[in-house]
Ligand binder design. Structure first.
Ligand code: GLN
Length: 561
């Protein structure tokens, strides 16, 4: 196994994840098989309990892992399927060491950060690197490891020490360290400053790690003399100083790296030059350029709770982008805080209320994404009602599906108090209820998580046609509540069709409203499996329908073209 370690210096938020994924893409383009590991030095066991407000979206894997959103970047860029073990946290490492200690596995020894924690980190990395993630058999050629945080953080110290030991044990030819750093420019003088990078490289060296390459983030391309300085003071060959300057979209990053021969430097360090092919990035180039040249914008209303931080819905945004590009459209997302649509807001903040409704009315389609808790729920119900009544294409994801069921029960069945048990435990008409897969009384781990199968009840529904599969689809889940099986009969009689169910037939997975141009609710999260070049079927359906092109598309597909 060959390892490429990505560390970061100077400041956080440099786009280390994108850099690491892009390096993976370039290596893949050279014909190598690539896997990846993300290290998050925080104490949480996983991202499951972290607020999207603070940390961005919780990404969900096939195996039910709730992980850092960077893993989403890896899956999308490298088109791989990762496991929860590909995300290492301090919490997981300590938990495994403490479990061993309780079992008496350390045979009376004093259990310490060095060597026990560091050994656990090394063992974890070496065993996870071997898991195939690209659908082929046997381990990948290269494992890209991204160390979260910035070098010098107290909490990343055990990881740095473990990685230092790993670099030594796997040997020179199998380890390549790329340090991502920032080259700021000071306003008045306009000079590119290398000193922060010098300091962070010095810090890295003091901890026993020597960078082979530097990936320097900057607004403008690096000047030759900046590169020369960096090379001299950081002890890194000039050819190995890469520059990731600002680009119009992140798909340019692999191209930028290839143009600077990053692959040559990495392959040389890893002694892989003889087996690697010249990088083939044709599809990436095409996509990046198409993206740059899109002019026709499609207006999408995103009605959610966490609209202040767009990273909260990162995968949904990416999935919209993938679908739009497939239709040669530019996504123009209007973020609507659901609570701004509510009647109360008309009193308390009339301007926000008017602006929210204006955006909604202006939109060509509406998306209500997943969420937890009751904030904004009334606004989401209004958005679903608006889309249903006005024939505006609507996609409800997870909470968004539950919302459309509540709305339908209230407006069409006349059950004014219909609700989800999540928002009103005493509702007389619980149309959405708690349906744990395991125990009803045990509170921990009650979420339905990861990949589950949906069986289409009829091949004659838009969803199955879009998925090009008359029988089933496997998508990822993350929820506790579900449509109450007892109300399916009345809802269906009133026109709302549940066209996708789980294998038991008790869990509703997909709803559609026949006669509406596109009104689809799904209990799963299709956004997690969308890829550049392979857009998620339902996002594609939403966008096509926003432009009135869905039917023509489905007819074309049915005819096999
Ligand atoms: N809060 C809802 C549930 O737990 C929806 C969850 C979601 O949208 N991911 O079922």
């Amino acid at each position: 196994m060959k390892y490429v370690l990505i560390t970061g210096g100077v400041v956080s938020g440099l786009g280390k994840g994108v850099t690491a994924s892009s390096i993976g893409v370039v290596l893949q383009a050279c014909g190598l098989r690539v896997t990846s590991i993300k290290i998050d030095p925080y104490l949480n066991t996983d991202a499951g309990t972290m607020s999207p407000f603070e940390h961005g979206e919780v990404f969900v894997l096939d195996d039910g892992g709730e992980v850092d959103l960077d893993l989403g970047n890896y899956e999308r860029f490298l088109d791989v399927t990762l496991t929860k073990d590909n995300n290492i946290t301090t919490g997981k490492i300590y938990q495994s060491v403490l479990d061993k200690e309780r079992k008496g596995d350390y045979l009376g020894k004093t259990v310490q950060v060095v060597p026990h924690i560091t050994d656990a980190i090394k063992d974890w990395i070496e065993s996870v690197a071997l898991i195939p993630v690209d659908g082929k058999e046997g381990p990948a050629d290269v494992c890209v490891i991204e160390l979260g945080g910035t070098v010098g953080d107290i909490e990343s110290m055990p990881f740095i020490e473990a990685l230092r030991q790993l670099s030594f044990s796997v040997g020179q030819d199998n380890f390549c360290l790329i340090h991502v750093s920032l080259i700021p420019v000071l306003g008045v003088v306009g000079e590119q400053k290398t000193k922060p990078t010098q300091h962070s490289v010095r810090e890295l060296r003091a901890l026993g790690l020597t960078p082979h390459l530097l990936a320097c983030r900057s607004a403008q391309p690096l000047l030759d003399n900046t590169k020369a300085k960096l090379s001299q003071f950081c002890h890194v060959e000039a050819a190995n100083i890469l520059n990731i300057h600002d680009v119009p979209n992140i798909w340019h990053v692999p191209l930028l790296l290839r143009n600077q021969n990053a692959h040559q430097s990495i392959l040389k360090q890893l002694n892989l030059l003889s087996i690697a092919a010249p990088p083939d990035l044709e599809a990436w180039t095409r996509r990046a350029e198409t993206f740059d040249n899109l002019t026709d914008s499609v207006r999408i209303a995103m009605v959610g709770k966490y609209v202040g931080l767009t990273d909260s819905y990162l995968s949904v945004v990416k999935a919209l982008l993938h679908a739009c590009i497939a239709c040669s459209l530019k996504p123009s997302i209007d973020w609507i805080a659901a609570s701004d649509l509510e009647d109360d807001t008309a009193q308390s903040a009339p301007e926000a209320h008017a602006a929210a409704w204006k955006s909604l009315r202006n939109a060509e389609c509406v998306l209500v994404p997943g969420g937890f808790g009751d904030r904004g729920v009334r606004g989401m119900i209004l958005a679903a009602k608006y889309a249903r009544e006005n024939n505006v294409p609507y996609l409800g994801i997870c909470l968004g599906m539950q919302i459309s069921v509540i709305e339908y029960a209230r407006s069409i069945l006349g059950l004014e108090k219909a609700n989800s048990h999540e928002f009103d435990e005493d509702t007389p008409n619980p149309v959405v209820i708690f349906m744990p897969e395991g125990s009803r009384t045990h509170m921990g781990s009650t979420m339905r998580l990861g990949s589950r199968r949906t069986l289409f009840q009829t091949p004659d529904c838009v969803t199955s046609k879009l998925y090009c599969n008359p029988h089933y689809v496997d998508e990822r889940h993350r929820h506790r509540y579900e449509v109450n099986p007892d109300v399916i009969g009345v809802l269906e009689e009133a026109g709302l069709k549940f066209v996708g169910k789980d294998e038991t037939g008790k869990r509703m997975e997909v709803l559609e409203l026949p006669g509406h141009p596109f009104y689809v609710g799904v209990q799963f999260h299709p956004e997690f499996k969308s890829r550049p070049g392979k857009p998620s079927a339902l996002f594609l359906g939403l966008i096509l329908s926003a432009r009135g092109k869905l039917e023509a598309y489905l007819t074309r597909h049915q005819n096999g073209s």
